[in-house]
Design a protein around this ligand. Structure first.
Ligand code: HEC
Ligand code: HEC
Length: 452
């Protein structure tokens, strides 16, 4: 394109166009990256963690001993070979056997239902700017709360958590479907069912006891805590958080390298980057270095699985943020996910509806159409459960309500532009985490088998 345009442009438009052409041709790429550096703000900060605590947290993360029936660890749903998720749309918790797509029912102890949401990846959660957890943000750093953390448990929680990331560990260990098991199966599950969470015979104390009965854990936790006080559940949670923060830091992707001025992005990714921060408007929600505003939006994701009903309800809806705030406008809103390593973490969305990156990106471009044309066969679900996964999906009025809630404007992109956008998303992958990470331990102090 040159200045020799022969169209009768409005003079002002012509001036603007000339100015833009001037900027585009004269400005070297590094001015552009400088502007983006400014837009992204300060780089994520990661605090120093004690290597001994990290090593201890690693063992506890992979050890099924902290689950009610000693049969599932954090790693079962957040496994490094599955990019810290489980590779499934909706996983199977307690009562499943095996990993990822090989996970199946234990015939002696089959789970009652699927886990209602997609297991999130655990990359970069140690960044100090990461303060909102879970798909609905029900756990948040909040300086106005005692302990600095807001959770649905209110005052009914143990104290001593060093961060919201560490407080997060309170939840999976108490969930009957995730790790605790069911009522009659073990004392932890019984305590949960009876509402005994805190106190010396509460569920968290029983879980702590499971670990401290094992000398290797007792000694290492004692070292971490000092001699002054008793070891509590928060101490276990704190070292697990230390481990997650160090092990899955992943902020040295080609995108980071390009923005440091080291290596420019390949041409397609560079075009995609401009699209992402420009016309495609992705960065209105996927803001900052980690590509998340940590806010809640409805992008009209298809709903599958059991949903999130309270004990006395029978629907299979997932109201998302509404369940936290009680505000009607928050129905179907979910936290904007970070897009770091997103190319590795399929399936996508809070219920894992989309099997591919292209699928979920195209969904954003025209969510209502995508919702209508959604192909349920792409869901990755372990077989064998006698449940109806598509109750909510098949209910046309429920689908219309989801479509109504959408907060996102359609964007018109060509196929080539979509390819560029996907190339950009790939440039957010930091492959160096595998080489840096400690990986799966061969064994754990309890002697229980480790998912390899
Ligand atoms: C049965 C599978 C399962 C197990 C076991 C499990 N998780 Fe999760 N994890 C999930 C799911 C599903 C979510 C999303 C839940 C939601 O948003 O409601 C999640 C969310 C998280 C998050 C929040 C991530 C974010 O971006 O907000 C962290 C951190 C986490 N899990 C760590 C752990 C730790 C630590 C353990 C062990 C103590 C553990 N998980 C055990 C399935 C599991
Ligand atoms: C209105 C805010 C908003 C905008 C604009 C937006 N997104 Fe999203 N995005 C979200 C939310 C919210 C989710 C998660 C929805 C859910 O789980 O139900 C999401 C999910 C994703 C996912 C799946 C990530 C995962 O881990 O499951 C990808 C990839 C993605 N967005 C890329 C993009 C791209 C590319 C654009 C621009 C074309 C874009 N987004 C624009 C809010 C937005």
């Amino acid at each position: 394109m040159t200045h020799g345009f022969q169209i009768a442009w409005h003079p002002r438009a012509r001036l603007v166009l000339c100015a833009l052409l001037f900027i585009a041709s004269a400005a070297p790429a590094n001015t552009d990256t400088a502007a983006l550096n400014d837009l992204l703000g300060p780089r994520p900060q990661f605090s120093e963690r004690d290597p001994n605590r990290v090593a201890l947290g690693r063992l506890l993360f992979y050890d099924p001993v902290i689950s009610g029936n000693r049969n599932i660890s954090c790693a079962t749903c957040h496994h490094p070979t599955l990019a810290t998720g489980d590779g499934l749309s909706l996983g199977l918790g307690e009562g499943g056997i095996g990993l990822g797509q090989h996970r199946k029912l234990d015939p002696n102890n089959p789970p009652e239902q699927r886990i209602p949401r997609n297991a999130q990846a655990l990359f970069n959660l140690g960044a100090t700017s990461f303060t909102t957890f879970f798909h609905d943000g029900r756990l948040e750093a909040d300086p106005s709360e005692p302990g600095g953390i807001r959770t649905p448990l209110g005052g009914d929680m143990v104290s001593g958590f060093e961060s919201a990331l560490s407080a997060q560990a309170m939840f999976p260990v108490l969930s009957p479907d995730e790790m605790a098991g069911h009522y009659s199966e073990n004392p932890i599950a019984a305590a949960v069912r009876q509402g005994r969470l805190t106190g010396p015979d509460g569920a968290w104390a029983l879980i702590t006891q499971r670990a401290t009965e094992i000398p290797a854990y007792r000694d290492a936790l004692r070292d971490a805590v000092g001699d002054e006080r008793e070891i509590g559940f928060a101490d276990i949670a704190n070292v697990i958080a230390d481990f997650i923060a160090v092990e899955w830091r992943a902020d040295n992707s080609p995108f980071d390298q390009a923005l440091r001025g080291d290596t420019p992005l390949p041409a397609a990714a560079e075009r995609g980057r401009r699209m992402f921060y420009g016309r495609a408007n992705c960065a209105s929600c996927h803001t900052g270095w980690l590509q998340t505003d940590q806010q809640f939006h409805s992008i009209g994701m298809p709903q599958l699985g059991p949903g999130k009903a309270a004990r006395f309800e029978s629907h299979s809806r997932d109201d998302g943020r509404l369940r936290v705030t009680g505000r009607a406008e928050d129905r179907y809103r979910f936290r904007t996910p970070s897009l770091r390593n997103v190319a590795l973490t399929a399936p996508y969305g809070h219920a894992g509806a989309f099997a591919t990156l292209e699928g979920v990106v195209r969904h954003h471009l025209d969510p209502v159409l995508s919702l209508t044309q959604f192909d349920p066969s792409q869901a990755v679900l372990p077989a064998g459960l006698e449940v109806s996964d598509w109750r909510e999906w098949e209910d046309t009025s429920a689908r219309a309500a989801i479509a109504q809630s959408i907060d996102i404007e359609p964007v018109d992109l060509s196929d080539d532009e979509v390819d560029d956008l996907i190339a950009f998303l790939h440039s957010l992958t930091d492959e160096t985490w595998r080489a840096r990470s400690a990986g799966v331990p061969e064994s754990v102090p309890s002697g229980l088998p480790v998912d390899q």
